[in-house]
Design a protein around this ligand. Sequence first.
Ligand SMILES: Nc1ncnc2c1ncn2[C@@H]1O[C@H](COP(=O)(O)OP(=O)(O)OP(=O)(O)O)[C@@H](O)[C@H]1O
Length: 589
Amino acid sequence: MINLLLYGFRVAPGYLVAALACAVAGSLTGTALLFLTGRVIGSDPELGSFALPALLLVVAFLVSSALPLVEEHLKAGLEATAKVAVEYARVEPFVRPRGIAHLDDPEVHNLHTASGGVGWTSISFALSAQVGMVATHLSLAGAAVLVGTILGWWYAVLLCVATLAVEAWLARERRVESGIWAGDTEGQRRSEYVFDLAMSRSAKELRVFGLASWLTNSYAALWNAIMAPVWAGRRRTTLVTTAAFVGYLGVLLWGLVASIRAGTAGGLSLTQVGTVIPALLAVPATLGAALMWNSGLGSGQTGRQALRALRELSARVGEPSPRDGRPPSWGDQLEVVFEDVGFRYPGQSRDVLSGLSLRIAPRERLALVGVNGAGKSTLVKLLAGVYQPTSGRVLVNGTDLATLNEAALARWQARVTAITQDFACLPMTAAENVLLGKGDRDIWSAAHRSGAAGFVGELPRGWETVLSAEFDGGVDLSAGQWQRLALARALVAVEGGAGLLVLDEPAAALDVRAEADLVDRYLEHTEGVSSLVISHRFSVVRPADRIVVLADGRIAESGTHDELMAAGGRYAAMFTLQADRYTRTEEGR
Ligand SMILES: Nc1ncnc2c1ncn2[C@@H]1O[C@H](COP(=O)(O)OP(=O)(O)OP(=O)(O)O)[C@@H](O)[C@H]1O
C-alpha cells in the first residue's frame, strides 16, 4: 500500500491528499455515527437529553452520506491523472531509445504486459482503491475503540488481530494469484494476439478461410491454460479460507452474545448496548471490502506487482546512454562506410552479416540486390543506427554511429529517410501521413512526383481524409496507393534536409505501368542526395550508378548493370532468370 501511495504522491499529489483527507473524515464521521447511535438509544426523551445527540446523529448521518460522493469524485480524478502518468511510463521505454534492439527482447514485452495489471485492475485503479483501504482500516480502529471501552480492551485487540489476520490471509492468496498471473505474461500476450487477429489484423483472411471456430477454440484454450493455475490455487486454499472465516465469525459472535447477555443482565447500560452492537456489526464491513478482486486489498496486490514491473521495464530498457564521442559535423555531403561489419540479431545463433564492407559515396545512387533473407533490410537498420553491428563499424563522414549519444543519433536519423517494406500506414489524415508532424511543407509537389496527387485529389476530403475506414468519413487505400503516399513522405523528408534516401522495395505493390513510372522518376527523385534502393525488380535497380549484390552476409559483387552482366556472376544469373520469366509471360499472352 505504501509503495502505491508514494507513487500516487509523485504523479497526482493534489488528488491523493484530498481523497485521503476525505477518507479520513468519512471514517471519523462513521465512528461518530456509531457513538451517537448509542447515545440516542440510551437517552431519555423525557429528560431532554435526547435532542442534542439526535441532532448530532442527523448531522453525522448527512455528512457521512455526502462524503463518499466527494471521495468517489476525488478518486476518479486521482485514477484518471495517475492513468496518464502510468500509460506514459509504459510506452516511453519503448519509443525513447533511438535503436530497436529492445523490441526483440521478450522480457521487455513481458514487463510491459505485467505493468498493465490484470484486466482493468491497473496501477491507477489500485492506487485509488488504496484510499478506500486507508478508510476501512481507520473505521476498524474507530469501531475497535468503541468496543474496547465497553467490552474490554483485550477483546478489542482480539477483534483487530482476527480481522487483520483474515485480511493478511486473503492478501497472501491475492499475492499468489497475482504472481501466477504476472508469471504468465507470454500466455496472456498470445491470447491477446489471437483476439487481435480476429478483430482487426487478419480479419479478412480469417473469414475468407473460414477460420472463425479454429480461432475461437484457440482463444478459449489459451485462456483456460492461463487461468488453470489460478483456479487450482483457489481450490487448494478453499479449506483454509473457510476455516479462517468460521473462526473470525466466532470472535464476532462472542462479542454480540456477550453484549446482549450483559445488557439483559444489567451489566451494560442501554447506551452501551446501543453503541457496541452497531460497532460490532460494522467490523465485518471493513473486511468485506477486502474480499473482492476490485477491493483495495485485491487490487493492491495486483497494483504493486504492476508497479514493480513498470520500474523493471524502465530499468531493463535503460536510461539514454551518454556515449563518448565527438559531436558529428555532417555537412550536405554524406559518405557512409560499412567497415568489416558483422551482425547477429539478439538471441539468435546465426550471423546475418559477416565481414561486410561497403561505401556509399556522396550523392551516389546505389542499388542493393540479394535473395530473400540475404540481409538487405538488416543492412538498412544498421545504416539508420537502430541496431549496432556486433562487429566492425558503420561510419558516417568518418564518425562511428556506435559512439553517438541518443541526441546525436537522433540528428543522424533525421538525415536518413527510409521507406521500408513495412512502412507505417497511420489511421490519420493523408496530410499527416505524408508530413509526419514536419509542419507546413509543400505536400502537393511531393505528391505529384510520387504519383499520389491523382488519388489524393479524389479523396472525399482531399488531404484531410482519414486513411482508415474504421473512422467516420475515413477511407482505406490500396497497397499501391499507400506506397505512393509513402514515397511522397520520403520526398518531403528529402526537401526538409534528409541527405540519404533509402527505398526498400519501393515498387513491390505497384503495377507494371506504375513501376515503369517510378523508375522514370527515380533518378529525378534522388538528385542531390545519396540513395540506396533495394528491390527484387531489376527494372528498378538497373538505372542506379552502382549495384551491389549481397550474398552470404557480405558484398559478393559490385558494379554497374553492364559490368555485372558482363561478369556473368550472381547478378547476371538473377537478371537473366527474371528477364526470361518476363519474356515468357509476355509471349504467353
Ligand atoms: N528482428 C529479427 N530477429 C531475428 N532475426 C531476424 C529479425 N529480422 C530479420 N531476421 C532474420 O535476418 C535475416 C535477414 O533478414 P532481412 O529482412 O534483412 O532479409 P532481406 O534480405 O531484407 O529479405 P527480403 O528480400 O525477404 O526482404 C533473415 O534470416 C531473417 O529471418
